[in-house]
Design a protein around this ligand. Structure first.
Ligand code: GDP
Length: 296
């Protein structure tokens, strides 16, 4: 699209990794995300509420990791069907008492299709009937031979419930992120992906954007799907008001004309007229296509 362009290699700067937690139902995805968020409550916000904007920023060893809050496969399926690829690293949760299950295999397939590296979190190791070796055997059968078995798949034994192994898991995420050399140009008009959106009674359309490249500023004119507007306010994952958002940052925005759909790409544009005209063009195109459909 004319709204986006390839950046020069020399303009690229390191950016934080964006991580999705995947795995079979009840294997502990939600619990693991809770445990991860809990390691990260600093003194200043002790007892404080983390804002729910659909993604969290975790700081470990002075480095940031962005976690998508919605576990599961949506991040890969609905978003990829729109051409948006938001995840850099997948954490595959496998319960040590249950082993590889159908949705575990689905998750592996999604991550592979997206060419996203997998870190395995072998969860529930606190349980009496946990069997880590069996999980590693089953992983090997799926082509994921763990490092201690001579392969290249990183696995970490964790208990989301007892908060065991969480720091080690986060360190592994940073290690893999470093190997991936994730970069983006922060000095350009922003491009991002809508990961959540809703209509707020008081604030109107509210959307969370995950910035892919460039910097999004308060007051910027944006276009996403058939929605457009001028960014009125931005809130980060800690619930604080911010005025700029750089690559890999999730940010909640207000000021859009209508509620966009998750997976839609958001573009910063030069001026409001351009945003409005493009949104109108897109709306007209959708109308024409649906008319064509009924004429047939
Ligand atoms: P999800 O469906 O993958 O999101 O799984 P949940 O996080 O909802 O966890 C499913 C169940 O497993 C809940 O009852 C959790 O309390 C439990 N659970 C999650 N992690 C652990 C763990 O490390 N140890 C034990 N014993 N139970 C866990």
């Amino acid at each position: 699209s004319d709204l986006d362009y390839e950046d020069d290699e020399k303009d690229l700067k390191p950016r934080p990794p964006i991580v999705t937690v995947m795995g079979h139902v009840d294997h502990g995805k939600t619990s693991l995300l809770d445990a991860i968020r809990n390691t990260n409550i600093t003194d200043g916000e002790a007892g404080g509420i983390t804002q729910h904007i659909g993604a969290s920023e975790i700081v470990i060893n002075d480095k940031i990791i962005t976690f998508l809050d919605t576990p599961g496969h949506e991040a890969f399926t609905s978003m990829r069907s729109r051409g948006a690829q938001v995840t850099d690293i997948a954490i595959l949760v496998v319960a040590a008492d249950d082993g590889i299950m159908p949705q575990t295999i689905e998750a592996i397939n999604h991550a592979r299709a997206a060419e996203v590296p997998i870190i395995v979190a072998i969860n529930k190791i606190d349980k009496q009937n946990a069997n880590v070796d069996r999980v590693k055997q089953e992983l090997a059968e799926q082509g994921l031979l763990t490092e201690d078995w001579g392969g290249s798949t990183i696995s970490v034994e964790v208990s989301a419930l007892k908060r065991i192994g969480i720091d080690e898991l986060l360190e592994m995420v940073l290690l893999v992120a470093e190997l991936e050399e994730l970069k983006a140009n922060p000095n350009r008009l922003a491009v991002g992906t809508i990961i959540e959106a809703r209509l707020d009674k008081g604030r109107g359309p509210v959307a969370t954007v995950l910035i892919a490249k460039g910097t999004l500023n308060k007051g910027d004119f944006v276009l996403t799907g058939t929605s457009y507007g001028k960014i009125r306010a931005m809130v980060n994952s800690k619930g604080r008001r911010i005025t700029t958002a750089t690559p890999s940052t999730p940010v909640e925005i207000t000021g859009l004309s209508e509620v966009p759909e998750a997976g839609e790409i958001l573009y910063s544009v030069e001026d409001e007229k351009m945003a409005k005209d493009l949104a109108e063009k897109r709306r007209q195109k959708i109308k024409d296509e649906s008319n064509k459909g009924t004429a047939r």
